[in-house]
Design a protein around this ligand. Structure first.
Ligand code: UDP
Ligand code: MG
Length: 314
C-alpha cells in the first residue's frame, strides 16, 4: 500500500490545530483504505500551547509525528525538516491555519495518481488583506519576468510532491530557501490545480512585513541575476549619455569658446567619463559576484529521471 505524508508547519496555531486535524481526518475518509498515512507536524518554536495540543493528538493517533524545533527557524525551514523526515511515497505540504482547504489535497493526490510528480495548488482567488493581494500579485509578475526558471504565478507552498522530488530537494543545502523555486528548478512532470484560498481561521499571520520582504528577496536573489545586471545596464546607459555630453562639451569649446569658463570642458568630460566607467566596472565585478554566488549555493547540477539503454528500459 502506498503511503502519503502530510506536512504541517506550526507557529502559534493553537486556535487551528484541532479543527485542522478533524478536517483532515474527515477529508481522507474516502481514501483511508487505499493508503497509509503519516502526519508530520513541525512545531517551529511556537510561544503558545500548540505543542501541548499536538502531543495530545499524537497520544490518540499513532500516525502523527511531531518535530519540535529548538527555536523559531521560519516556515521554509520547518517545511524542509518535514520533507527530510517524511517517509511517504508522496508528500503534501499545507499551511496549518486552514487557508489551504484540506479537500483540495484530494485533487492533488488524483493528479499524482495520473502520473504527475508535482501538483501545485494555484489560487483562483484569495481572502487576504488588499495590501497582501496587491503586493503578492506584483511580486509574482515581477518574479515570473526576471527569474531564470518558470515559477508558476499565484502559487504558495501548498502542493504535493513525489518522493523523487523530496530526494532531489535533500541535495539543496542553501540556507535562504525559496522552496517553490527549488521545486520548479528540479523539474519532472508538474501541474497546477486551481482553488479558492480561504481566510486564516484563527490567530494572526506568522509572516509580518519584515519576514515577507526577506522571503521576497530570497525568491528574486535565489533565482535571478537581474539586480546585478541592472548595474551594468545603468553603467552602459550612463556611458552613452556621457559620450553625448563629451561631444557636446567639445563642440561648445570649439564653436563658442567665449562662452566657456577656463577648465570647464576638461572637468565636465572627466566627471561623465569616470562616472560611466565606474558603473561599468561595478557591473563587471557584479557578474563575477554572481558567479561566486551560484558556486557557493552549490546546487546540484541536474536531476535525473531515469538511466537506461534500449535493452534494459525501466
Ligand atoms: N509558520 C511557521 N514558522 C513561521 C511562520 C509561519 O512554521 O515562522 C507556519 C504557520 O504556522 C502556517 C504557515 O507557516 O502554518 C503559513 O504561515 P502564515 O499563515 O502565518 O502566513 P500567511 O498565510 O499569512 O502568508
Ligand atoms: Mg496563512
Amino acid at each position: 500500500m502506498k503511503k502519503l505524508t502530510y506536512i504541517f508547519p506550526i507557529y502559534n496555531e493553537s486556535g487551528n490545530i484541532d479543527l485542522l486535524y478533524k478536517t483532515i481526518i474527515k477529508t481522507i475518509r474516502p481514501i483511508q483504505k487505499k493508503y497509509n498515512f503519516e502526519f508530520i507536524f513541525i512545531n517551529d518554536g511556537s510561544k503558545d500551547n500548540s505543542l501541548e495540543l499536538l502531543s495530545e493528538l499524537a497520544d490518540k493517533d499513532e500516525r502523527i509525528f511531531i518535530i519540535d524545533f529548538a527555536r523559531n527557524f521560519g516556515h521554509q525551514i520547518a517545511v524542509t525538516a518535514g520533507i527530510d523526515h517524511a517517509t511517504g511515497d508522496a508528500i503534501i505540504i499545507m499551511d496549518s491555519d486552514m487557508q489551504d482547504p484540506p479537500s483540495v489535497s484530494l485533487e492533488l493526490i488524483n493528479k499524482w495518481e495520473e502520473g504527475y510528480d508535482v501538483a501545485y495548488a494555484q489560487r483562483k482567488s484569495r481572502k487576504d488583506t488588499i495590501f497582501k493581494k496587491v503586493t503578492a500579485d506584483m511580486y509574482y509578475r515581477f518574479l515570473h519576468k526576471v527569474a531564470s526558471i518558470d515559477i508558476p504565478r499565484n502559487t504558495g507552498d501548498f502542493r504535493l510532491i513525489d518522493r523523487k522530488i523530496a530526494e532531489e530537494m535533500k541535495k539543496y543545502s542553501e540556507h535562504n530557501r525559496f522552496l517553490r523555486g527549488l521545486i520548479s528548478n528540479i523539474g519532472f512532470k508538474q501541474i497546477g490545480v486551481s482553488f479558492d484560498r480561504d481566510e486564516r481561521h484563527s490567530g494572526k499571520t506568522g509572516y509580518p512585513l519584515s519576514k515577507m520582504i526577506k522571503f521576497a528577496a530570497d525568491g528574486i536573489m535565489g533565482f535571478s541575476s537581474a539586480p546585478l545586471k541592472l548595474i551594468s545596464g545603468i553603467g552602459y546607459f550612463m556611458s552613452g549619455i556621457s559620450l553625448l555630453s563629451i561631444i557636446y562639451a567639445v563642440c561648445v569649446k570649439l564653436f563658442t569658446p567665449h562662452n566657456v569658463v577656463d577648465g570647464w570642458t576638461f572637468i565636465v568630460i572627466s566627471i561623465f567619463f569616470v562616472g560611466g566607467m565606474q558603473l561599468i566596472m561595478l557591473g563587471v565585478l557584479g557578474s563575477y559576484i554572481g558567479r561566486i554566488y551560484t558556486e557557493v549555493q552549490n546546487r546540484p547540477l541536474y536531476a535525473i529521471k531515469n538511466i537506461y539503454n534500449n535493452k534494459n528500459k525501466k
